[in-house]
Design a protein around this ligand. Sequence first.
Ligand code: CS2
Length: 495
Amino acid sequence: MTVMRARLSDRVLPSISTAMVPAYDRSRVSPGIVHLGIGAFHRAHQAVYVDDCLAAGDTGWGVIGASLRSPATRDALKPQNGLYTLAVRGRDGEQLRVIGSIVGFMVAPEAPEDLLASLCNPGIRIVTLTVSEKAYLRNAAGDLDAAHPGIVADLANPGRPQTIFGFLAEAIARRRSAGLMPFTILCCDNLPSNGAVVSRLLQQFCTLRNAELACYAEGEIACPSSMVDRIVPATTGEDRRRVSEALGFEDAWPVITEPFRQWVIEDRFTMGRPRWEEHGVTMVRDVAPFEEMKLRLLNGAHSATAYLGLLLGRETVAQAFGDSRIRRFVQGLWAEAIPTLRSGAGLDPQAYIAELAQRFDNPALVHRTAQIATDGSQKLPQRIVASALAQLQAGRPTDHLALAMAAWMAAVETRGRILPVGHFADPLDQKLTEIANKRMTAQDTVNAVFDSAGFANGSVHRDRLKALTARHLETIRNRGVEIALASLSTQEATP
Ligand code: CS2
């Protein structure tokens, strides 16, 4: 039976009794942040911290959420006045909270001029980004891919941008000619030194556009780095139905997440910032040790679990991590990654992995291995390759890390055979499929994939890593992933 419920909106907030709702007057909130990439992750993370700040009276920091591609989020949430439900699922049940911090929407391809106008609004003091690794448009050498069609178009037509760099550079130029201070750019993507990466690529883009703008951007734009952490499985139709039922109102796009959340930010903001530190955010001088630990231990284990899970028929992280063969493998991977972390930052990797094991085990989260498997060519350098090269440099074991690389390649080859063709996607798919279709030896395959993805470019340990990866790929191909896992040494990190 279909139940007709009223849509979630400002008007119905007073009648919601099953969820925490914004306890502040949303009509008094003014926008202070433009967020590029208004997907589920932003809505489970940064938007929640901002919601906390708004509730505490810091009302100048509402978020304008921009999509660079699809209108889907705007279409779902605008009729709800930007409100949506956050469902936090832990072992002891689920808590619902309606988030009110998103106060406007933009869909860049439909109206680039509107997004530029927002970015040039004097009240906007911070631009945050979660656009995923591939939107930074880097070539295999890690520099801005000047031949990318989006970059070519943005240089030819600066007033109608398509890429993040086109929007940022045009807004910076316009603010400058209007005598406005530049906003701070706060990257929230899973990249090491993400602020420095954005700053360098933006600089490269500005140099192609106009040398004077490049100098200005170099001197005046603050790009602090940040580390973001919260596991956010994609929302399913069943989630929509269940959350709407529990709320008593129709929510077209709730977001599902875990209880854990963490945000570490370098405290360099040119035009002020919300009082995030009063709401659980760690403000630091240097985010690098936090970022490195998160990328290598959480994300590295996540990617490995996803590819091994796919090869062993495990659909979710909790199922894969519940498989003793994968769990043991992850412990071995952690044992290899931990010695590569810089010391002296006061972090405790052992306590961190103990907590990670509990987070991965959370049975209430349906986090699909295929979701994490997406975009491996963009993720593996910072999650796996970086640790592997550091281990090889120190003459220490690298077997688990190399097997994780091989598992990715094997999972790619398995698409169209055991796994459906589009089971997970990658920006290098065309090349990866060409390579897989050639049915080359494991070593030739690994060589071709490393070249296409730019893995370990410039490292003296590249050939060694390729050889180790090829050995595992060969075993997985010929004898199966179980044998490949069983052949590893049993070195483990506790737990
Ligand atoms: C995951 C991340 O999809 C993925 O690649 O590893 O999105 C992960 O869930 C987050 O980084 C957790 O903070």
